[in-house]
Write a protein that binds this ligand. Structure first.
Ligand code: AMP
Ligand code: ZN
Length: 460
């Protein structure tokens, strides 16, 4: 398989370090609010990567962290902790907030058929691991203490910026500008923050009551569960210039090694061509889309249709297109399923080879979807249906469970009146009348099915 590696800026052949076992780390959500559809696109990308690897016979140990402390309003260490802010605004305990949004996040993953990674550790359960990590960096002489925390000194890591291509000199030259909080350089980042009294989440540490910085969470947890070096690290493109640059600086300074062999990043989802942001009021949650009548699979299909390294512009016209395509795909599949015909093994092998070539080429899932569509144009055959289900191990579109949406039955009032009368007779245990009215409904072309609290009519 070939994947684009952000670190080397090229597509490279991928082989795990350990035979067929892939160790993979994905930056997870900060659980202070509902995930929006942009966030979810990034997890669909993570899921497609996992599924493609599995399809090609790899086993995966995936870790995705849950950030429940330390992610400040700005990725670059300014502002309040997002959890603390949410707790203050909602007058709730931050642990309660974290538990609620983590649960909703996992429900969203489930609805979207995003396989939950094998391990999903929470930052607050790993305070000691992180603290030891920071102590290690202090011992190496790359971190220093200020009035408000412990900072990483980027001038001690000459390769700082190699992931995003920013130059260390440019970062350091900003040092002439006034720097807050006793930082030596503006781009020095917080490893640990001293907690003001009102900060609810705080722990004892060699530096007093305090809490971890966001970047250290991922370095400490990935190292703990996957070792000093693992195969793949994923996240959204916004993580390249700060968060992942900082993870690399921390890991390489402590262990001497870049933690991930492949750094892979999912491009952003835009809304109406622009940035998605809460302040613009243009973010949507999965639940909002569901309330508008879309199935989670319509949104998943919408994501699959764009390559993960291309920006994806969200519009309702686009989502409607995905909905129509998904429903058409499902109904075509049902026709193949119902067929008693077969397809030649050569034809099937040709489609499978094309499909595998696409998913092995830096997750060309839109290409693989194209193969599926071409295949469905073949004469109806159950073999095609079965191969489509095999492909769905990658797509994750729930094709096996696809059911055609039944149009809602409009029952004329006079039929409804007979059915109501029958239901009343039944309730009064007037079985003769109830049977007679059932026969009458049947003559008029309706079948009635009784439930505990009512009945359901369908056409004969
Ligand atoms: P957060 O919960 O803010 O830490 O973000 C969770 C994930 O969503 C991260 O991997 C981000 O890179 C990603 N992300 C944030 N905004 C977008 C967006 N508009 N499109 C795609 N991914 C995004
Ligand atoms: Zn991370």
């Amino acid at each position: 398989m070939k994947f684009y590696n952000t670190l080397t800026r090229k597509k490279e052949d991928f082989e795990p370090m350990d035979g067929k076992r892939v160790r993979m780390y994905s930056c997870g959500p900060t659980v202070y609010n509902y995930a929006h559809i942009g966030n979810l696109r990034t997890y669909v990308f993570m899921d497609l990567l996992r599924r493609c690897l599995k399809y090609e016979g790899y086993k995966i140990k995936g870790v995705m962290n849950i950030t429940d402390v330390g992610h400040l309003l700005s990725d670059a260490d300014d502002g309040e902790d997002k959890m603390q802010k949410a707790a203050r605004e909602q007058n709730k305990d931050p642990y309660e907030i974290a538990a609620y949004y983590t649960e909703v996040f996992f429900e969203d993953l489930k609805k979207l058929n995003i396989e939950r990674p094998e391990l999903t550790p929470k930052a607050t359960d790993h305070i000691e691991d992180m603290q030891k990590y920071v102590e290690g960096l202090m011992e190496k002489g790359v971190a220093y203490e200020t009035d408000d925390g412990i900072y990483f000194d980027i001038s001690k890591f000459p390769e700082y910026g190699k992931l995003s291509g920013i130059k260390l000199e440019d970062q350091l030259s900003g040092a002439r500008v006034e720097v807050n909080g006793g930082k030596r350089h503006p781009a020095d980042f917080a490893l640990w923050k001293k907690a003001p009294k009102e900060h609810i989440m705080q722990w004892d540490s060699p530096w007093g009551k305090s809490y971890p910085g966001w970047h250290i969470e991922c370095s400490a947890m990935s190292r703990k569960y996957l070792g000093d070096v693992f195969d793949i690290h994923t996240g959204g493109v916004d993580h390249i210039p700060i968060h992942h640059e900082n993870e690399i600086a921390q890991s390489e300074s402590l262990t001497g090694k870049n933690p991930a062999r492949f750094w892979m990043h999912g491009e952003f989802m835009l809304v109406d061509g622009g940035k998605m942001s809460k302040s613009l009021g243009n973010t949507y949650t999965l639940k909002q889309l569901e309330d508008m009548g879309y199935k989670p699979m319509h949104f998943r299909y919408f994501c699959l249709n764009a390559h993960y390294r291309k920006k994806l512009n969200f519009t309702f016209e686009g989502l409607d297109g995905a909905k129509i395509a998904y429903e058409r795909l499902g109904s075509l599949l049902l026709k193949h399923k119902a067929s008693a015909q077969t397809t030649s093994p050569e034809t099937l092998a040709k489609f499978k080879a094309e499909f595998e070539a696409d998913i092995s080429d830096d997750l060309n899932v839109p290409g693989a979807l194209g193969v599926l569509w071409t295949m469905l144009k073949e004469p109806y055959s159950a073999d095609i249906y079965n191969l489509a289900l095999d492909f769905d191990r990658v797509f994750g579109l729930s094709l096996k469970d696809y059911e055609e949406e039944k149009p809602e039955l409009v029952v004329p009032d006079e039929i409804k009146a007979i059915a109501d009368e029958r239901f009343a007779a039944r309730k009064n245990k007037d079985w003769a009348k109830s049977d007679e009215l059932r026969d009458k409904l049947a003559e008029l072309g309706y079948v009635v099915k009784d439930g505990k609290d009512g009945y359901e009519l369908s056409l004969k």
